[in-house]
Design a protein around this ligand. Structure first.
Ligand SMILES: Nc1nc2c(ncn2[C@@H]2O[C@H](COP(=O)(O)OP(=O)(O)OP(=O)(O)O)[C@@H](O)[C@H]2O)c(=O)[nH]1
Ligand SMILES: [Mg+2]
Length: 499
């Protein structure tokens, strides 16, 4: 029996073999390392537990169990054991089975499952809705129901077509199981986890408050993750916008400098990708194809490839827009400089060079005929769009997912991916969000980044030590706009539901 002294909720995850029980644990614990997941029956052989903590305190213990394989045989055997004792209730019949020799031999797996369920407060019964309801399922459900513990069926694999979902609901209702959760462990709906806890709260009113605490924590953690993600992207964008390289104006030198600029920015982007994956607790191997793709067949395309920009509806705004030079802008230098700095040009030209700091070297370089390269506006917009697409994909990826991350469903700017707003407030937020995103789509660099362009000392880690507080303000401002872009309108509602 569960220990009555602590209020930690114990849940056994049970069900037919190969239905995604271990996957459910991975997703709920956000731990892609938990247990073993394989597309074959009998992968999990022993009970294994995991904990969900809130503020360091254990609130839920989940136990993964082996799959039920021979429900039909076991139910027959339990009938045999109960012969002559027609009034035995479910738990008595289960006890009789657990005391029998077959519970240690032929039905050892099943015995592990029911023993664990008896020790827990409730069970999550994982269903693969792609399976038709068969006799073996009905029998294993009868056995699990006989344990006398509340059971919450969890319909897995609901992301695709689920032709048998109706039959499953009907079968479950006939057994008195009316509260049912839908939760796809590979592509869970954004609100899937909180709905699961709500449904559990209905079944387990003694633990309803605890489940509400857990739910609030899930929402809080999600908000924090999203804020962190927006900040990581904003840092990348400021680094990229402020990045400068000087070059002699001849073609060879410009080409070489352009290559350097491209690799510096690509590396910086890859850093951001790694940081985002880590923040969402995914492996770098989940996203093997850097550089990031954006749309259709061009998903694998290099950030600086003109076609990648064209596909995203972006055009080179200025500078050299062809071939190998794509993505770098030869800066006319005065752009983004303050009046004070412009005055320095005169100072430097007049030989008053000493003490000229921030712009000094650049001005001198310019006077000596050097040119400066910076990242093209369109490339900055593409960077923002595809990092946002990645963050959105991570928001809705389950930790049980084994296929590489796909950004197809999360491409920013897809109007159908944004729910229609319901209230005037949401509408305003929606318009603002759409405005920011639409701006990026049109290659309009946000104001905050325009400002960053005039501050080479804001670029790249190491150099940002000298950046000062204004850089931080700009990063924050941008992070706020990006955060809104990653958030579903109206709070916790999902971006899109596939059902
Ligand atoms: N597409 C999709 N695949 C899933 C989902 N859940 C699980 N899978 C896959 O289904 C297979 C079985 O998943 P497991 O989590 O190992 O299933 P299990 O119930 O623990 O299996 P046993 O331990 O053998 O009983 C794996 O290939 C998973 O990647 C899902 O929601 N959608
Ligand atoms: Mg398993």
């Amino acid at each position: 029996m569960p220990d009555a002294r602590d209020d930690c909720l114990r849940l056994a995850v049970v069900g037919h073999t190969n239905t995604g029980k271990t996957s459910l644990l991975r997703t709920l614990t956000r731990d892609p390392e938990f247990g073993q997941v394989r597309d074959s029956p009998g992968t999990t052989r022993h009970v294994e537990g995991a904990r969900l903590l809130v503020d360091g305190k254990r609130v839920v213990e989940l136990f993964d169990t082996p799959g039920m394989e021979d429900g039909i045989g076991l139910l027959d055997y339990m009938d045999l054991l109960a012969e002559g004792s027609p009034r035995l209730d479910g738990p008595d019949r289960i006890r009789r089975f657990l005391d029998s020799p077959e519970s240690r031999s032929r039905y050892e797996q099943e015995a592990r499952v029911v023993r664990k369920l008896l020790e827990c407060d409730a069970g999550l019964y994982v269903v693969d809705v792609r399976d038709p309801v068969l006799g073996k399922h009905k029998d294993e459900l009868a056995i699990l129901a006989a344990c006398g513990r509340p059971l919450l069926p969890v319909l897995n694999f609901v992301h695709g077509s689920a032709p048998h979902a109706g039959a499953w609901r009907e079968t479950l209702a006939r057994l008195g199981l009316h509260a049912i959760a839908e939760f796809d462990t590979v592509a869970p709906a954004l609100d899937g986890e909180t709905q699961l806890y709500d449904k559990l709260g209905l079944l387990l009113d003694t633990h309803a408050a605890l489940l509400q605490t857990l739910k609030a924590d899930v929402l809080r953690q999600r908000r924090i993750r999203r804020t962190d993600a927006a900040r990581l992207i904003a840092e990348l964008l400021v680094d990229a916008a402020a990045y400068r390289l000087s070059s002699l104006p001849d073609d060879d030198a410009l080409e070489q400098a352009t290559q350097s600029l491209r690799s510096a920015i690509s590396e910086r982007e890859a850093d951001c990708v790694r940081a985002l994956l880590k923040r969402y607790n995914f492996h770098a191997s989940d996203f093997p194809n850097h550089p990031l793709p954006l749309e259709g067949e061009r998903w694998g395309m290099d950030l600086f490839h003109p076609q990648a920009l064209k596909d995203a509806g972006l055009h080179m705004t200025k500078g050299i827009a062809a071939g190998a030079m794509a993505g770098a802008t030869v800066d006319l230098f005065t752009a983004g400089l303050s009046l004070g700095a412009a005055a320095l040009v005169g100072a430097a030209a007049g030989g008053l060079w000493q003490g000229v700091d921030r712009y000094g070297k650049r001005i001198l370089g310019r006077l000596k005929g050097y040119q400066e390269l910076s990242v093209d506006d369109a490339v900055l917009c593409l960077l923002a769009l595809r990092q946002a697409a990645l963050a959105r994909a991570l928001e809705t990826r389950g930790h049980a997912a084994q296929a590489p991350i796909s950004l197809r469903d999360a491409a920013p700017g897809r109007q159908d991916a944004i729910d229609a707003p319901n209230t005037p407030l949401q509408e305003a937020a929606h318009d603002g969000l759409a405005g920011f995103e639409a701006g990026l789509r049109k290659g309009r660099v946000p104001d905050a980044l325009q400002e960053a362009r005039g501050h080479p000392e804001w670029s790249m880690p190491g150099r940002s030590g000298t950046a000062g507080p204004r850089r931080e303000q700009v990063v924050r401002e941008l992070a706020e706009q990006l955060g809104a872009m990653l958030s579903p309108p109206g709070g916790a509602a999902p971006y899109h539901r596939d059902r």
